[in-house]
Design a protein around this ligand. Structure first.
Ligand code: OOG
Ligand code: NI
Length: 468
């Protein structure tokens, strides 16, 4: 079959994220309410800020502004992660980054499956934060064995999904009919099942070890636990949630609101208590409840270099040391004040972020630069070219996640006050063995992106030289 007959992976990803959104909205009505709120606030913001609007028109983002940017799942065993990598590859999503959440008391390690190159991100940036349960962190050996035995029995992919993944790998793609079938079959893995695979008693034992363990082990598959649209004003959505009957987590995770947004800000509404049926003596099962599914919003800013990230981590750690937000969120205001005050130490203009190499930029040649092509001094630096008006720098947006924020999102959806301390070290090697591949280093991707833009610009200016 020729490559032309294949549906582009970016298109399969769009089909999939659209289908997932429809399914989630139908399953979790409060998520639909959140989507409406996000859309209303985005429209207000666009009406009030024509510069922002023009920028989005130019980058071709306006139509897709309210669409989901990410979702999350939690897996139970190595081969699930292995096959999940193969499934996402069909949609042009690849593992980027390693996140160890055990340090924050959550017994998982994770990666994000996402599109990597610029064009693919522009077409559809949908990604899935994917966690693998670390059963070795269950202290009780008998319970650990029991959890393993339960997971051993389940198969989270349909036979047709596996067959289509195999075909995509063998042939190098899927045709239209196969792609449509693939999306429908893949969706089955992410669906909610209100029938648990275990008795109430087993659920409770696993739940007592950690709520997250029960969420992963006791069900037929890794139900999508949230979807996350993009908002143009996260603080406004956070404030407005209660007016629409949605209960937000106490604080927005990540950096404070800034003139030049950095990294990622996110907040969620608390997970809903849903009716489930446990295996029991009566045919319908024993009724009970489980809390897992929620909704989230995100707002992204510029990607930071290792140095910028170090500054971010240090400032954030000092804020968290100074104010610990209580489970009820009573001191959320103090946290916000502290966050804003301490982050005053983080430069808040693009020029300083660039010159001090705290953040990544995409360089392009200006009209003046084009006029000067071929006549530019060979030894000139990038900074000088920007000063001379020959190069223009645009922020490169952060496309990944933040472990401290992710832990905050997990925690607020696990009944907030649950804090466990795991002694176990992070273990990227084990994770990559389960995955069957290594994860890409996100900082290296941003650095390569910046460097490629410099190389291209130098070529246009007629100077072939590599300077960062
Ligand atoms: C994933 C939480 C992490 C984020 O946006 O940081 C996450 C989960 O609860 O499974 O999605
Ligand atoms: Ni999330």
């Amino acid at each position: 079959m020729s490559a032309d007959a294949f549906v582009h992976p970016d298109e399969i990803r769009s089909m999939f994220s659209g289908a997932m959104s429809d399914m989630y909205r139908a399953e979790v009505p409060q998520y639909g309410t959140l989507m409406e709120l996000v859309s209303d606030i985005n429209q207000e913001k666009l009406a009030a800020d024509p510069v922002l609007r023009d920028g989005l028109v130019r980058s071709d983002d306006l139509d897709r502004i309210d669409l989901e940017r990410h979702g999350a799942i939690r897996l139970g065993k190595p081969e699930e992660l292995f096959n999940m990598r193969r499934l996402f590859a069909v949609m042009g999503m690849h593992p980027v980054g390693y996140y160890d959440l055990s340090v924050a008391g959550v017994p998982v390690h994770s990666t994000a499956f996402r599109p990597i190159d610029d064009d693919a991100l522009r077409r559809n940036p949908f990604r899935v934060f994917t966690s693998l349960l670390r059963l070795e962190l269950i202290e009780d050996a008998q319970l650990r064995t029991e959890a393993e035995a339960i997971l051993a029995k389940r198969e989270i992919f349909t036979p047709d999904a596996l067959k289509l993944i195999y075909l995509a790998e063998k042939n190098g793609g899927l045709d239209r009919v196969q792609a449509e079938q693939f999306v429908a079959e893949a969706l089955e893995t992410f669906r909610w099942h209100s029938d648990a695979t275990v008795s109430l008693e087993t659920y409770q034992k696993l739940h007592d070890a950690h709520r997250l363990i029960a969420d992963v082990v006791c069900f037929k598959g890794p139900h999508i636990n949230h979807l996350t649209p993009r908002t143009l004003d996260i603080d406004a959505v956070q404030r407005a949630m209660p007016e629409r009957g949605i209960s937000p987590k106490a604080i927005v995770e990540g950096p404070p609101s800034r003139k030049c947004p950095i990294l990622l800000r996110q907040t969620s509404f608390k997970a809903l208590e849903e009716q489930v049926y446990f295996v029991g003596s009566n045919p319908k099962g024993t009724a009970g409840t489980h809390t897992a599914r929620f909704g989230e919003i995100e707002q992204r800013g510029i990607a930071l270099t290792a140095e910028g990230r170090k500054l971010y981590d240090t400032l954030l750690a000092s804020v968290r040391h100074a104010v610990q937000v209580s489970a009820g969120g009573s001191n959320a205001r103090d946290y916000e004040t502290e966050l804003a005050e301490r982050f005053a130490a983080f430069p808040d203009d693009y020029e300083t972020l660039r010159v001090e190499k705290l953040a990544f930029f995409r360089y392009s040649v200006t009209d003046a630069g084009r006029d000067a092509a071929g006549k530019v001094d060979r030894d000139v630096s990038v900074d000088e070219l920007v000063d001379q008006g020959y190069l223009h720098a645009d922020p490169i947006i952060y496309e990944d996640f933040l472990p401290v924020s992710a832990a905050g999102i997990f925690q607020s959806n696990l009944g907030s006050d649950e804090q466990k301390n795991y002694a176990e070290q992070s273990n990227q090697d084990v994770f990559e063995k389960c995955l069957g591949a290594s994860v890409a280093d996100e900082l290296a991707l941003y650095a390569a992106h910046q460097q490629a833009s410099i190389d291209q610009a130098f070529e246009t200016l007629g100077i072939r030289k590599n300077v960062a």
